[in-house]
Design a protein around this ligand. Structure first.
Ligand SMILES: *[C@@H]1O[C@H](CO)[C@@H](O)[C@H](O)[C@H]1NC(C)=O
Ligand SMILES: *[C@@H]1O[C@H](CO)[C@@H](O)[C@H](O)[C@H]1NC(C)=O
Length: 85
């Protein structure tokens, strides 16, 4: 049956693609050797909703950091403008 042959070829092709890819990287990493850091700020929906924060890419992950001129208040946990006394 031609259709069965077609399906067999398709399955073999898919197996080749999966074998060629070799490994599944930990999240946050890509590349053949899983040594390419994914920029989560650019490639994913990582958004920083807190005021005065921006997404900062880190190796294998990303975090929200205070904008320049702002510091995290350890009491409130919010990024606040540095006050000039
Ligand atoms: C990345 O960081 C977030 C927030 O700190 C954390 O919840 C998550 O588990 C981390 N992901 C990885 C892969 O380390
Ligand atoms: C940190 O936040 C607390 C509570 O909102 C506030 O009382 C305090 O003045 C803040 N500290 C600084 C250094 O801004």
């Amino acid at each position: 049956m031609a259709i069965n042959l077609f399906v067999d070829v398709l399955i073999v092709s898919l197996e080749r693609i999966i074998l060629f890819k070799g490994c599944v990287c930990d999240s946050g990493w890509s590349g053949v050797s899983c040594d390419v850091d994914i920029d989560e700020c650019k490639d994913y929906q990582m958004t920083c909703n807190e005021p005065n924060t921006r997404c900062l890419n880190t190796p294998g992950n990303a975090t929200c950091a205070c904008n320049v001129g702002y510091r995290r208040n350890s009491t409130s946990g919010l990024c606040e403008g540095m006050r000039v006394l």
